[in-house]
Ligand binder design. Structure first.
Ligand code: ADP
Length: 447
C-alpha cells in the first residue's frame, strides 16, 4: 500500500480523499494555491505545498508544479480528485514517468473516454446502446446538414472534448444548424482547447441514469448500482439519488450486466461511471467518466462501501477480493449539491462565511470544507458542500432531507439551500416523475 498520497485538488473533494487516506493509515500531502492556504484539507493534511497563484491554470492545472511537490515530499501516489487534472491522460503518463502512481485508470483508457466520438465508437463495439447520432465529427455547416438528414431533428451539437455541460447547442431545423455548430465549436475551443463537435439526436424527456463500476485490472469488475441525476440545470447535476425511482428490478439488473460486461471486455481498472439517458424504457449511452464522481456518496450510503478507499486499493495493485454478490444494497440516498450562488439567478456568491452550522443526526452526511470565518474564494467552482442523506425508504430519506436542510445554516454568502428546500417539496420530484428538463422549467416558475 502507498505510504504517502498527494491530493491534487481542493475543496470538499480534497477533504473527502484525505479522510479515506487517513483511515487507511496513509500520509497526505495537500497542494494548494495562495487563495486556499486556509482551506480545511490544507490544515488537516500531514504536509502541504503551495503550488502557485489563484488562477487554476497556474496552480491546480500546473502539472510541473504538482509533480515537483510530489517529488519534494516523497509522495508515492497522486489522487487527482474530480475536475482539474482528473481526466488528463498526459498528467497520468507524466506521473508514471516520474515513478508516481496515478490513482485512476490507464492513460489509454482516460484518452479513449475523454474523446466522446472515440468513446461512442468504443461503446458501440462493447455492446452498449447509443443515442442515435453522426459517425464522426462535423467540421462545418454543410457536413452537419448532411449528417442531420440521417439523424433527424431536434438534435444536439456536442463538443468531443466536452465536460460540465459546456459546448452543447440544440438545433431544431436545418436553418438553426450553422449557428449551433459555430457556437458549439467556439465554446468547445474556449473551454477545452479543441473545437471538435459531433451530432446527436436530442432526447425530449429522458432521465439521466449512470452506473458506478470498479475494475481491478486483474479481470474482476463489479458495479455498485445506478445513480439517478435527473434534476439538472444547464446540463449540470443538482440533486442525485440512488437507487433510481424510475427503474424496476429487471431493468436494474440488465443495466448492471451491460456495464460490467463492457468494462470486462475493455479490461478497465479503477472507478468509472457509465452515463446513460433513459427514455421510454430504453438506455442510451452518452459518455464514460474515468474518475471519481461528485455524486459518489449516494452509492456509498446505500452500499456501505468507501469508494475512494477501493479506488486507492486497486491503484496500489490489490485485487478486488469480493464479487458482485458480496455487495449489499440497502435503502435510499439523496445528495444535494450546495453552491455559493444566488438560489434563483445563480450568480456566484463568493465571500466570508460568518456563521456555519452543519446538520447532523442519523443518516445525515455533510461533505464540506466550510467553517465559520472561512472565505469562499471567487476563482473556482461554486460547489461548497454536499448534503447526503440516507433512509430505509425513499420517503424516509425525503423526510430526513427536509429536516436536515432546515437545520443547515450558512450565513454571510448566498447559497442554493433554499432552492433545494423547494425542489424536495415539489410534487413532481416527490413522485419521481421528472425528466432532465424539469428543473429548468421549475426554476423558471413552471413545473
Ligand atoms: P458533459 O460531459 O458536458 O457532462 P454529457 O454528454 O454527459 O456532457 O451530457 C450532460 C447532460 O446533457 C446529460 O445529463 C443530459 O442532461 C444532457 N444531454 C446530453 N446529451 C443529450 C441528448 N442527446 N439529448 C438530450 N439531452 C442530452
Amino acid at each position: 500500500m502507498f505510504e504517502k498520497v498527494l491530493i491534487a485538488n481542493r475543496g470538499e473533494i480534497a477533504l473527502r480523499i484525505l479522510r479515506a487516506c487517513r483511515e487507511m493509515g496513509i500520509q497526505t500531502v495537500a497542494v494548494h494555491s495562495t487563495a486556499d492556504a486556509d482551506a480545511m484539507h490544507v490544515r488537516l493534511a500531514d504536509e502541504s505545498v503551495c503550488i502557485g497563484p489563484p488562477p487554476a491554470a497556474d496552480s491546480y492545472l500546473n502539472i510541473t508544479a504538482i509533480l515537483s511537490a510530489a517529488a519534494i515530499t516523497g509522495a508515492d501516489a497522486i489522487h487527482p480528485g474530480v475536475g482539474f487534472l482528473a481526466e488528463n491522460a498526459r498528467f497520468a503518463e507524466q506521473a508514471a514517468e516520474n515513478g508516481i502512481v496515478f490513482i485512476g485508470p490507464t492513460p489509454d483508457h482516460i484518452r479513449l473516454m475523454g474523446d466522446k466520438i472515440a468513446a461512442k465508437k468504443a461503446a458501440r463495439e462493447l455492446g452498449l446502446p447509443l443515442v442515435p447520432g453522426g459517425d464522426g465529427p462535423v467540421r462545418d455547416a454543410a457536413e452537419a446538414v448532411a449528417q442531420a438528414a440521417a439523424i433527424g431533428f431536434p438534435l444536439l451539437v456536442k463538443a468531443a472534448a466536452g465536460g460540465g455541460g459546456r459546448g452543447m447547442k440544440i438545433a431544431r431545423s436545418d436553418g438553426e444548424l450553422p449557428q449551433a455548430v459555430r457556437l458549439a465549436q467556439g465554446e468547445a475551443l474556449a473551454s477545452f482547447g479543441d473545437p471538435t463537435v459531433y451530432l446527436e439526436r436530442f432526447l425530449g424527456h429522458p432521465r439521466h441514469i449512470e452506473l458506478q463500476i470498479l475494475g481491478d485490472g486483474h479481470g474482476n469488475v463489479v458495479h455498485f448500482g445506478e445513480r439517478d441525476c435527473t434534476p439538472q440545470r444547464r446540463h449540470q447535476k443538482v440533486v442525485e439519488e440512488a437507487p433510481s425511482p424510475a427503474l424496476n428490478a429487471a431493468e436494474r439488473a440488465a443495466l448492471g450486466a451491460l456495464g460490467v460486461g463492457a468494462m470486462n471486455a475493455l479490461g478497465y481498472r479503477s472507478l468509472g461511471t457509465l452515463e446513460f439517458l433513459y427514455q421510454d424504457g430504453k438506455f442510451y449511452f452518452i459518455e464514460m467518466n474515468t474518475r471519481l464522481q461528485v455524486e459518489h456518496p449516494v452509492t456509498e450510503m446505500i452500499t456501505g462501501v468507501d469508494l475512494v478507499r477501493e479506488q486507492i486499493r486497486v491503484a496500489a495493485g490489490a485485487p478486488l477480493g469480493y464479487g458482485q454478490a458480496d455487495i449489499p444494497f440497502s435503502g435510499h440516498a439523496i445528495e444535494c449539491r450546495i453552491n455559493a450562488e444566488h438560489p434563483r439567478d445563480f450568480t456566484p456568491a463568493p465571500g466570508r462565511v460568518n456563521e456555519y452550522h452543519a446538520p447532523g443526526g442519523l443518516g445525515v452526511r455533510v461533505e464540506s470544507g466550510l467553517y465559520s470565518g472561512y472565505r469562499v474564494p471567487p476563482y473556482y467552482d461554486s460547489l461548497i458542500a454536499k448534503l447526503v442523506v440516507h433512509g430505509r425508504s425513499r420517503n424516509e430519506c425525503l423526510m430526513r432531507l427536509r429536516r436536515a436542510l432546515s437545520e443547515y445554516v450558512i450565513e454571510g454568502i448566498d447559497t442554493t439551500i433554499p432552492l433545494h428546500r423547494d425542489i424536495i417539496a415539489a410534487p413532481a420530484f416527490i413522485d419521481g416523475n421528472i425528466d432532465i428538463h424539469w428543473l429548468e422549467r421549475f426554476v423558471a416558475g413552471g413545473g
